[in-house]
Design a protein around this ligand. Sequence first.
Ligand code: URA
Length: 240
Amino acid sequence: MKKKFKSIKVKLYHKLINNKLIYDNKPLNRYKNSVNIIPNMSLTKKQNLLSLLKDKIKSIRNCELKKNATNLVFSDGNALAKIMIIGEGPGANEDKEGKPFVGRAGKLLDKMLESIKLNRKNVYISNVVNFRPPENRKPTEEEIIRYLPFLEKHIEIINPKILLLLGSTALNAIIGNELVISKARGKWINKKIGNIETSVIASFHPAFLMRQPDQKKFAWEDLKMIRKKISEFKINLNGK
Ligand code: URA
């Protein structure tokens, strides 16, 4: 009788301290479990989650990108925006200022947004990787995979109605490695990311457009599709 009582007590104790911690070999993703994405989150709630995410990225270990970078480049724009833009990774200017798209490619991005009556107050911007790849190289497959859970969480927190992927790195990271930007651009794709669903469109990266200005006509087609979608979705550009 005494023994039975003891085993019930042990069971209750294990339940209380979460016996998974003792018996399960699977690694626990405590960060993932601690973030609860709810629709129409307030700005304060989003800012808290974003700040948690930023701290998590800051504490990444044994990362070649972080070792060589000056600053973490997290985001720019309006956290309540319904349009989110993803680039590849910070360049020298972004690394210096700690903000995405502030160099020459950023100036072109601003012009592209302006052409469809948008600016950084109506959108939210981030990148596939948050530290500058040395010598402006592309992030490696391994680096992309390492940063992808952060990017997906970032997208989940922002919960955009429209997600614009700039260039092949963002396209391949979010949609799939087999896709080629020249073929995949200008097409709407419904995509579930974590607990949210969003309309994704890919277009050319502004840095590519600076090298190949004859391709700007295609980027313009994509931008017009976004403008149309904004009306269709009746998106409030102030993010409310
Ligand atoms: N290119 C990118 O992909 N991201 C930036 O932030 C700047 C340039």
